[in-house]
Design a protein around this ligand. Structure first.
Ligand code: SF4
Ligand code: SF4
Length: 559
């Protein structure tokens, strides 16, 4: 828990060739210093941040920054997330081609995400030309994705997307489904829908108080990034309240990446929102007598509201109580870790390290031949060849944050979905998971899942003041038989079964525990070779491990 940056998102410039109706970006001539950004990249690498993205304004209007920083990031082994662009910034085709080739030659291999919807100016033909050029420069049918604002003017947006698809000789598929895309013969454009946050100019477009309270997500979407603005200031998220000074956690011209992490500890609001959650801030404010105009399902709108409308004195009082609770919970956690040191150390040997593509690695499963690797938020399940480490096929998961998968019997699997708080029983057909049954573990979030031939074990996190961890024992119908509270292992994550005992990884401590499930006794532990250890599986002889951003490790376990 807490602020854990996974990405650096550079907003190099506020300059833009468009003037969209909902845009609140304050224009200035300042362009982020390339040298400061490159220095910051190097510092972030040692903090374990491995992903980079670019936004604006229009980032292609600062090409020296974009290409210089992309080149440094590629050299330092960062992975690329996406560049947000309006895709119509180019004056002529020669310039478009030259700019994209220059970017490709830096080693940039992330997404190029075009903002297309009823709010951005509409040039379907020009957009289509941009897409065709990018696909031909990168020789990748899926190099371009589209982000569109949803929740207002949806019909207009759909028509614009159809016009772009027409210009490309392709089809818009499933606009109203969970997986909208534009598909052509050698073209695949994923469409991401972003809910319109009715702040600033967009507040006239949509009523923010829509009668539902937002679902707690600890800012998982736009949070946990270093969002670097053109003046060098760094925010803890790229949500819609970032205009507020309260979300500033440093400045790369002045502070190192580790100074910025220290600043987070001193920023009560940022600490509270990432540790306690926005829901607790809301309920605590209500307890202190604050009345809101209604309920809103938009996290960032609500965040912006409390930062701009709630009197500072009351907000500070609320935050002090929440931070105190976090400190108490951390002290309890330290006590528990001290107790854990008494377990015996199990001898292990790393047999080999297998390089696998970067992603957001979660659970592992050995299927008798290959290793399946789940990829957390937005990722597919990869089937990995154990000899080469290459991904031989991909499975489309049930929803947006797949934690783990385990095999029950021929063609039947269970999978856990973090955001939806659900365990699913699925079949796999045509490369995708098809749901047969679902079981909610709400309010807990399920992480690891394991079928050991008799029972289904699910690791469950119930977040709040001092997150509570449990292992749920279920039958094959996903009915909970027993709920075991885990107090001596911090942030238990994924599970493996070696035929007699359970193995459990800890995301927090880098330890892997061996557990006798007859009486839930910890038999010992070993230190994982990979930081932020997540997935674990047993191949019949050895264990395999991975970490959030790690490779695969085969581990031989001694007695
Ligand atoms: S393209 Fe983006 S930065 Fe430019 S005006 Fe539109 S919303 Fe603002
Ligand atoms: S809720 Fe606030 S802190 Fe969280 S992502 Fe949105 S703007 Fe950022």
């Amino acid at each position: 828990m807490g602020f854990k940056p996974r990405e650096i998102l550079f907003s190099s410039t506020t300059a833009c060739n468009l003037a969209c109706a909902h845009c609140d970006i304050k224009r200035s001539r300042t362009v982020l210093s390339k040298n400061s950004a490159q220095k910051f990249l190097a510092q972030c690498r040692s903090l374990g941040v491995k992903r980079v993205g670019f936004t604006g304004g229009e980032p292609f209007l600062a090409p020296d920054f974009l290409c210089g920083v992309a080149s440094s990031a590629a050299e330092k082994g960062f992975t690329f997330n996406r560049i947000m662009t309006n895709a119509v910034w180019w004056p002529d085709e020669a310039r478009l081609n030259k700019s994209l080739v220059r970017l490709r030659d830096t080693g940039y291999d992330g997404d190029i995400c075009a903002s297309v919807d009823a709010f951005h100016l509409r040039h379907p033909k020009k957009l289509a030309r941009f897409i065709e050029t990018a696909v031909s420069v990168w020789r990748r049918p899926d190099v371009v994705s589209i982000a569109c604002v949803a929740g207002a003017e949806d019909k207009k947006t759909e028509n614009i997307l159809k016009a772009i698809a027409d210009s490309l000789g392709a089809r818009l598929v499933g606009f109203n489904s969970g997986h909208p895309r534009i598909k052509g013969e050698s073209l695949f454009i994923k469409i991401l829908k972003i809910e319109l946050a009715p702040v600033g100019k967009a507040s006239a477009i949509k009523n923010a108080w829509d009668g539902k309270w937002f679902k707690e997500d600890y800012c998982k979407g736009p949070g946990n990034v270093f969002f670097v603005l053109p003046d060098g200031s760094v925010k803890s998220c790229c949500g819609y309240a970032t205009d507020s000074k309260t979300l500033t956690i440093g400045n790369i011209k002045r502070d190192s990446a580790s100074d910025i992490m220290k600043n987070v500890l001193g920023n009560k609001f940022v600490s509270a929102i990432f540790n306690s959650g926005l829901t607790r801030i809301r309920t605590r404010l209500q307890h202190l007598g604050v009345k809101f105009p209604g309920k809103t399902s938009s996290h960032c709108y609500f965040c912006n509201y409390i930062l701009t409308k709630v009197p500072r004195k009351i907000l500070n009082k609320c935050l002090s109580v929440l931070i105190l609770a976090v400190l108490i919970a951390s002290a309890a956690m330290a006590q528990e870790l001290k107790a854990a040191r008494d377990y015996g150390l199990i001898p292990t040997r790393v047999v080999r390290e297998l390089a696998v593509p970067q992603g957001y690695h979660e659970g592992l499963m050995h299927d008798g031949k290959d290793i399946w690797l789940c990829n957390g938020e937005g990722g597919k399940v990869w089937v990995i060849d154990k000899a080469s480490g290459s991904v031989t096929s991909m499975i489309e998961p049930v929803a947006s944050f797949t934690e783990a998968v385990t095999r029950h019997s021929e063609g039947v699997y269970y999978t856990t979905e973090w955001y939806e708080n659900k365990v699913y029983r699925v079949r796999i057909e045509g490369g995708r998971m098809v749901v047969e049954a679902a079981s909610s573990v709400s309010p807990a979030h399920p992480a690891g899942v394991l079928w050991n031939g008799e029972k289904l074990f699910v690791v469950a996190w119930t977040r709040g003041f001092g997150t509570k961890f449990h292992i749920l024992e279920m039958d094959d119908k996903m009915k909970v038989l027993k709920k075991i509270r885990i107090t001596n292992i911090q942030e238990p994550d994924h599970l493996a079964w070696d035929g007699r005992n359970l193995w459990l990884t800890s995301w927090y401590t880098r330890r892997v525990y061996k557990i006798d499930v007859a009486n839930w006794e910890v038999l010992g532990y070993f230190r994982s070779p990979v930081s932020k250890t997540t997935g674990i599986t047993w191949d019949g002889k050895n264990l395999w491990l991975t970490g959030t951003y790690g490779d695969l490790y085969e581990i031989e376990v001694g007695n």
